[in-house]
Write a protein that binds this ligand. Structure first.
Ligand SMILES: C[S@@+](CC[C@H](N)C(=O)[O-])C[C@H]1O[C@@H](n2cnc3c(N)ncnc32)[C@H](O)[C@@H]1O
Length: 230
């Protein structure tokens, strides 16, 4: 795959996710070697959803990432621009207020959410800074953002093994289970091209967020960034 294939237009990203929607959650469990469930627990702890809170789960896909917040009693709005992913989500969780929308132009008024969160979605949005500013706009003053995204393992020997896994083992594994294996070649390439932990923290600050901090999961394979709207 060439670098150019990473420069997907938003409609190409949406149709790529339409194509993987049916097997999306199963594929995640397989290719993350079971780690995805642990990462989701860490997100739930960081978001710390409470009854009566209003939470936006941007790029929610099938709403697997939204479920823990709903279970905690919060009012969670799963928003995504892949109608295929939203359809699968609606079938599974018909009571959730699924909303079709683009992370670069959110269909919400200013300052309406207590917490905004995005899991494994920010890397796919064409302009990261625009999405971070949009998330800021829709968050109430004093509200928080929690971002769960692939990142860079911090221990060099582990980083080498992980990169080998991404580039050599992940594509054939995905071919065995996913409905659109090319999407998982894109996944590997997009992770390699994504900013590391301090790089994403700097983008959050540039978009206006304060008290930016992060925590590494699985040695930095995933990072959980948190920040507050002043
Ligand atoms: C890897 S999935 C993550 C889904 C879910 N958050 C999870 O943790 O399972 C990424 C999602 O980002 C969505 N996405 C990508 N770009 C988007 C954009 N500009 N606006 C809204 N959703 C977007 C895709 O449609 C896809 O459903």
């Amino acid at each position: 795959m060439t670098r150019a294939s990473l420069d997907k237009q938003p409609h190409e990203v949406a149709s790529m996710f339409d194509g993987v929607a049916a097997n999306y959650d199963l594929t995640n469990d397989v290719i993350s070697l079971g780690q995805a469930r642990l990462w989701r627990k860490a997100v739930a702890a960081a978001v710390d959803a409470r009854p009566a809170q209003k939470i936006l789960d941007l790029a929610a896909g099938t709403a697997t990432s939204s479920q823990p917040f709903a279970r905690a009693g919060a009012y969670v709005v799963p928003c995504d621009f892949s109608l295929g992913m939203l359809e699968v989500g609606k079938r599974r969780h018909p009571w959730m207020p699924f909303t079709a929308g683009d992370g670069m132009r959110l269909p919400f008024k200013d300052e309406v959410f207590d917490t905004v969160t995005i899991s494994f979605g920010l890397r796919n949005i064409q302009d990261t800074e625009t999405a971070l500013r949009e998330l800021y706009r829709v968050t109430k003053p004093g509200g928080r953002v929690v971002i769960c995204e692939f990142s860079q393992p911090t221990w060099a020997p582990f980083r080498t093994v992980y990169t080998e896994y991404l580039m050599r083992a992940l594509p054939p594994t995905a071919r065995a289970v996913a409905s659109n294996p090319d999407a998982y070649v894109y996944l590997a390439e997009s992770i390699r091209a994504w900013p590391d932990q301090p790089g994403l923290a700097a983008l959050l600050q540039k978009a206006g967020w304060s008290k930016v901090a992060w925590r590494n999961l699985t040695g930095g394979v995933v990072a959980l960034h948190r920040a507050t709207r002043a």
